[in-house]
Write a protein that binds this ligand. Structure first.
Ligand code: T1G
Length: 697
């Protein structure tokens, strides 16, 4: 027994309780406690059945991720679960909250499972660059069949208790008190004289089906969908062993494949992404007990794509929200846009008609600022022009109640200047959503120089409530994400002037793992938007800072990207699939001549260095200016807002993996060869010379 696992007997039932906050992770103490508790119950002649239950919000949510990469400590989880399954007395796992990863594997090694109706179960290891390493790839197929097991293990997505019950993963559902439900089930087993039912011995779900074909189909699907990912392929091979090998050898094969994943760099990057996403919500210098204002109602200024997407986030979280527009027709259009957007989710089957109506009922359209007098939080999402922002914030200052939070969704303008338009700059904060706002998880929470602590704490809390990954950032042009993407986009465009094609640049970036190429992304957001920002930059840049001119030429020719059907690529009517733009080569030739740039062959590796190192160098400047609290926050921003591959860990993690001395040396070369904009960030130079990492900061 240990202080995190206790054993007590209630009549003929041994009750084993895990209590290891916050999520009952299977750290060494829990593994030792489980092993000794099950052994003790097995040895106690009074015990006829065993109940496994957990304290706190959830059943076991997996192995202790913090232990990965550290020297393994015995007993390993495979040993513990095999012991549990081998027990001669029927054991019941009582699931509440989430039974995930090693937690579900422990439950699958118990002979029976019951779950509270609102529970979820799953094997999400693939999201950490791993695979279920304690029998999950061998036992789950024996319960749900190979097809469903492949879906659950390769996607890592949890299923509801109801579905788990339908599939036979859990034997019954209950509501209310955990232990009572567990004892009732165990006593029934005793009464009916039902003994152990070992999952590992079951084969009925493996027979009579062309499992090899299912595996081949999944392999082909993954090769297409995620060619760069390491662990999904190994998940498939492990499940394949469940029907090609006897259990013992299947478990061994699983261990081999697990070992390969454990040592893969992708695992380190994905575990980094897991923990840093949670770390990002911790704001340096903000006391844990900083009061948070109560946000029961919200308002959004502007019913365009962003405004409606933001309003939907509030409705999705059950918060009534008013959208303010300048006219009745604009108001009605905004409401229709919300209905149409929800309608697409209903069509896709990810939302019911009833839920659509319930959420729409929380969104109302208004045309008068006076209608916002009583809301707790207002977010402005109007055109990116300081004059327009001034009118809006002066009106909000006049009409909104004292204590209301006044937020701006600006993506690059000076929030301190916006706050100064009001008599209450302490109540002003930036809430920078990413398009489409109802889909993208990232939220940059912009802290103005006068933003008060409780407003910042409230903004972070509302971010979590809206199921966003909220990351605090400081005020500068483009904050963190956009400021870095300007440099990344600049280099992608320069590479076109130097001889690359959009297909080559974007192809290299997609192979690197980016969700979308840099130039396709520019076409999506609109070249006029990019150009407006670039022209504003031109005003501040000194002569030695050269800028590419391809966008200028495309815009001058009326090619603004997807919205005009032509940009870096061509888009057929109604299609978002980029095709080569036949007019581009001439434009590139003209740009190269104008810049005096000789066009030449460029390698994919060189393209990655020019684009990703531009992100890293600007990230280092952002860190030294304190615009981002920590390097990992930049990684969280890029993974959740800019399609940076989580399995590369984010730009700053990637830089550490490559080695800052290598990155710095290459950037110095670019500085000498290309120009002033490649001047290495002093922080990068310092860390490289000291042989340190961004992670050391
Ligand atoms: N190990 C260690 N710490 C964990 C943890 C884990 N498995 N899960 C959560 N935490 C920490 C987290 O960092 C945070 O810490 C706090 O708990 C609350 O988490 C052999 C190999 C369970 C759905 O992948 O998905 O089993 O920030 O903020 O939103 O096959 O946490 O407070 O210091 O996320 O309520 C598989 C991972 C492991 C599940 C709860 N399991 N966890 O969400 O809270 S691999 C997982 C989650 C494995 C075996 C293999 C979620 C949650 P802090 P939180 P939440």
């Amino acid at each position: 027994m240990s202080d995190v696992v206790t054993l007590e007997r209630q009549g003929a039932v041994a009750v084993i309780t895990v209590n290891n906050p916050p999520v009952n992770a299977l750290g060494i103490a829990v593994r030792l406690g489980l092993q000794s508790s099950f052994q003790a119950a097995e040895a106690d002649p009074e015990v006829k059945a065993i109940v496994l239950v957990c304290e706190g919000n959830t059943f076991i949510a997996g192995a202790d991720i913090k232990e990965f990469g550290k020297p393994p400590q015995a007993p390993g989880l495979p040993e513990v679960v095999n012991d549990i399954e081998a027990g001669s007395k029927p054991s019941v796992a009582v699931i509440h909250g989430t039974a995930l990863g090693g937690g579900l594997e422990v439950a699958l090694s118990c002979h029976y499972r019951i779950a509270r109706k609102d529970a979820k179960v799953g094997l999400p290891e693939v999201k950490l660059g791993l695979l279920p390493g304690a029998g999950g790839t061998q036992r789950l197929p024996r319960v749900v069949g190979v097809e469903k097991a492949l879906d659950m293990i390769v996607s890592g997505a949890p299923i509801s208790a109801t579905e788990a019950n339908e599939l036979g993963v859990v034997d019954s559902l209950f509501e209310g008190e955990l232990l009572a439900a567990g004892l009732k089930f165990a006593e029934q087993l005793i009464a009916e004289g039902r003994g152990p039912r070992r999952t590992g011995e079951r084969i009925d779900k493996l027979e009579g089906i062309d499992n090899a074909a299912l595996v081949a189909a999944k392999r082909a699907e993954i090769e297409k969908k995620a060619p760069g990912l390491f662990s999904p392929k190994r998940c498939i091979s492990a499940v394949e062993a469940s029907f090609t090998l006897p259990l013992e050898q299947g478990l061994e094969r699983e261990r081999e494949l697990f070992g390969e994943c454990l040592t893969s760099p992708q695992r380190a990057a994905l575990v980094h992404a897991f923990f840093t996403e949670r770390l990002a919500s911790k704001v340096d210098g903000l006391a844990k007990d900083t009061p948070v204002r109560d946000i029961k109602t919200a308002g959004v200024i502007g019913g365009g794509t962003m405004g409606v997407g933001i309003a939907m986030c509030f409705a999705n979280a059950g918060i009534p929200v008013k959208i303010l527009e300048i006219s009745d027709s604009a108001r009605d259009q905004a409401m229709q846009r919300a209905r149409d957007t929800y309608g697409m989710s209903v069509k896709r089957g990810s939302l019911t008609e009833a839920a659509l109506e319930k959420r729409l009922a929380l969104i109302s359209g208004v045309t008068d600022y006076a209608d916002l007098a009583d809301v707790d939080l207002v977010i402005e999402a109007v055109f990116e022009d300081m004059g327009v922002k001034q009118k809006v914030f002066e009106a909000l200052d006049t009409h909104c109640k004292p204590g209301a939070i006044l937020a701006s969704n600006t993506s690059s303008l000076d929030l301190n200047q916006i706050a100064a338009f009001t008599k209450r700059p302490g109540d002003v904060v930036g809430l920078h959503f990413f398009s489409p706002a109802n889909v993208m998880r990232l939220l940059e929470v912009v802290r103005g120089e006068k933003t008060s602590d409780d407003v910042l704490a409230t903004a972070m809390a509302i971010g979590k409530k809206l199921k966003k990954v909220a990351v605090p950032v400081g005020v500068c042009d483009g904050f963190v994400g956009n400021r870095m993407v300007f440099q990344y986009g600049r280099e992608a465009e320069f590479l076109l002037e130097e001889g690359a094609t959009p297909e080559q640049v974007d192809g290299a970036l997609r192979k690197f793992g980016m969700a979308m190429g840099a130039l396709a992304m520019r076409d999506l957001s609109g070249l006029d938007i990019g150009l407006a920002i670039r022209n504003r930059q031109r005003e501040t840049l000194t002569a030695e800072f050269k800028l590419p001119t391809v966008t200028d030429k495309l815009a001058a020719a009326g090619m603004l990207g997807q919205k005009t059907g032509k940009g870096f690529y061509l888009y057929e009517k109604g299609s978002r699939t980029p095709q080569p733009n036949p007019e581009l080569p001439a434009i590139l030739d003209a740009a190269s001549k104008e810049q005096g740039t000789e066009r030449r062959e460029l390698s994919d590796e060189y393209i990655i260095e020019r684009t990703i190192y531009a992100l890293i160098n600007e990230g280092a400047k952002i860190l030294e200016e304190g615009i981002a609290q920590r390097a990992s926050d930049i990684d969280v921003i890029y993974i959740n807002g800019y399609g940076f591959p989580a399995y590369q860990g984010g730009p700053m993690f990637y830089a550490d993996a490559v080695g800052l001395d290598t990155v710095y040396a290459r950037i110095r070369e670019f500085h000498e060869q290309l120009g002033a904009w490649w001047k290495p960030a002093p922080l990068l130079e310092k860390l490289a010379k000291e042989g340190r990492k961004f992670a050391d900061l």
